[in-house]
Design a protein around this ligand. Structure first.
Ligand code: FAD
Ligand code: ZN
Length: 470
């Protein structure tokens, strides 16, 4: 037996990453051990903060040797408890925060090579500084990390035009559960040499390996953006408007978000400095964004024409077009602060085909009213992608807490409607701990069997983020 084997686990981790990067003091580890929604909290043996793929590999090898579970963590903004320990076995939190270098930016290949711990907003800024666009954009972009975005296959507000996180990726570098490093950092737009292995790790929520770096696609930076706040009668009108605007504006339509009056009221009441952009109250709103490389005035004129036509044909009730960047930011703030304006209620992140969103909202709301009279529905989100954040609460605080305690019953009502419409119970947030059991009722048994087979092939010892996803 050699010397190394005699040293304690913590000592060997310290040797790999430096003693200061192995945190054991409960005060220091606490923020890493509780999730963003404060629904999950459990202690880990330690938090390890490597600074390179090699250091990640050493840490994972040590954990594999000891049979200790590895919980990868990015910005810890995930909404399903995937990035924190479960407390059911020996676990470490592996923070990727120090892998935060931009390794390369190739404007002719329109690609950027980044490490997993780069904060999403910093990648957007680097792309912008080189006259390019990295289009992934979501409310948590100031703190979430690209490794977390790719591991949850995050969506956000630009999916309509650019696709979700998965679609931004050309190549990956991954530390496998046995500690080997897979260098798949290729910036190729075409590569048909067998299975597309990177897809396995995208959306895997850290259960198959640790993403340490990625090559991402960049896009032309739009020169003009038009942002409109549009009032509509009902979700059906919003879906029809989407089709009409796409026919008129094509791919220039980059975002199309739904906001209910109930959500807007919550924002106006609880978020300082917000105001209703339209004079009168309306039952539903759409926040639409259109962007292009051409002249700003030309784009604004064509959006205005499209909206005028829609108003004349009765598709919309009222609309306002932002006249400045500050006005556009104020409109986006109304949409992006909805999560904090209704923080504590029963959440659902569901998707159906875009054409079925109106049925989803109508039928789920009727079912909620029947099962939980007085329940308040907060429906909002990415209607252009068929993805609605359908949250249920109650105005009375006590009734709200009762709903929270009985949330499984609320979930069941909503998920039944989603299933009947051929939808998904997790459109963009993943499964984590939150939906690990629920998914078994909704996913085809053969699909679950294939997922388990992949897990077993890549992580036979089951050390990568156990207790999450499957
Ligand atoms: P974490 O929360 O740290 O981790 C998420 C999962 O990925 C965990 O399972 C973790 O183990 C795993 N993981 C993290 N890094 C790695 C890695 N390098 N290798 C392997 N596994 C890893 N999500 C959307 O999709 N769309 C939205 O519009 C959206 N809006 C949000 C708004 C707010 C205000 C908040 C708080 C969250 C929002 N989210 C949204 C959810 C969340 O921001 C995303 O899921 C984000 O992608 C998570 O990134 P993260 O770095 O915080 O990951
Ligand atoms: Zn969302």
């Amino acid at each position: 037996m050699n010397d190394v084997a005699h040293r304690s686990f913590l000592d060997r981790l310290a040797q790999a990453v430096g003693r200061a990067q192995v945190l054991t003091d409960p005060q220091e580890t606490a923020p890493y051990c509780t999730d963003w929604r404060r629904q999950y909290s459990a202690r880990a043996e330690c938090v390890v903060r490597p600074a390179s793929a090699d250091e990640v590999a050493q840490v994972v090898r040590l954990c594999a040797h000891e049979g200790v579970a590895v919980v990868p963590q990015g910005g810890n903004t995930g909404l399903c408890g995937g990035s924190v320990p479960t407390g059911t076995r020996r676990e470490i939190v592996l923070s990727l925060a120090r892998l935060n270098r931009i390794r390369d930016l190739d404007t002719l290949n329109n690609a950027i090579t980044v490490e997993a711990g780069c904060v999403l907003a910093s990648i957007q800024a680097a792309a912008q500084a080189s006259g390019r666009l990295f289009p992934l954009s979501l409310g948590a972009e100031g703190s979430c990390q690209i490794g977390g975005n790719l591991s949850t296959n995050a969506g956000g507000v630009n999916v309509l035009r650019y696709g979700n996180a998965r679609e931004q990726v050309l190549g990956l570098e991954v530390v496998l559960p046995d500690g080997r490093i897979w260098d798949g950092l290729r910036g190729l737009r075409k590569d048909n040499t067998g299975y597309d292995l990177k897809q396995l790790f995208l959306g895997a929520e850290g259960t198959l390996g640790v993403i340490t770096a990625a090559v991402l696609k960049l896009h032309p930076q739009p020169a003009a953006t038009a942002t409109a706040w549009i009032a509509v009668e009902a979700p059906q009108r919003a879906v029809e408007l989407l089709a009409a605007l796409r026919a008129r504006l094509g791919d220039r339509l980059t975002a199309f978000e739904l906001v209910s009056r109930v959500c807007l009221d919550a924002v106006l009441a609880r978020v300082p400095g917000t105001r209703d952009p339209l004079g009168a109250a309306h039952p539903w709103y759409v926040l639409a964004e259109v962007s292009d490389v051409g002249e700003p005035a030309a784009l604004a004129a064509s959006v205005e024409r499209a909206l005028t036509d829609s108003a004349e044909s009765g598709e919309i009730r009222d609309a306002t077009l932002a006249a400045s960047e500050a006005q556009a930011a104020a409109l986006w703030r109304l949409r992006e602060t909805i999560p904090e304006a209704q923080f504590r209620n029963v959440k659902h992140d569901v998707s159906v085909p875009v054409s079925k969103v109106p049925a989803l909202i109508d039928e789920a709301s009727r079912a909620i009213e029947r099962a939980f009279p007085g329940g308040v529905v907060y429906a909002f989100g990415h209607i252009g992608d068929g993805n609605i954040h359908y949250n249920v609460g109650a105005s009375d605080p006590e009734a709200n807490e009762a709903l929270m305690r009985g949330r499984a019953a609320v979930n069941a009502v909503v998920y039944e409607v989603v299933a009947a419409l051929g939808g998904s119970i997790s459109a963009e947030h993943g499964l984590g701990q939150l939906k690990r059991e629920e998914i078994r009722r909704h996913k085809d048994p053969l699909e679950l069997e294939l997922m388990r087979a992949l897990k077993k092939a890549l992580d036979p010892a089951g050390i990568m983020n156990p207790g999450k996803v499957i």
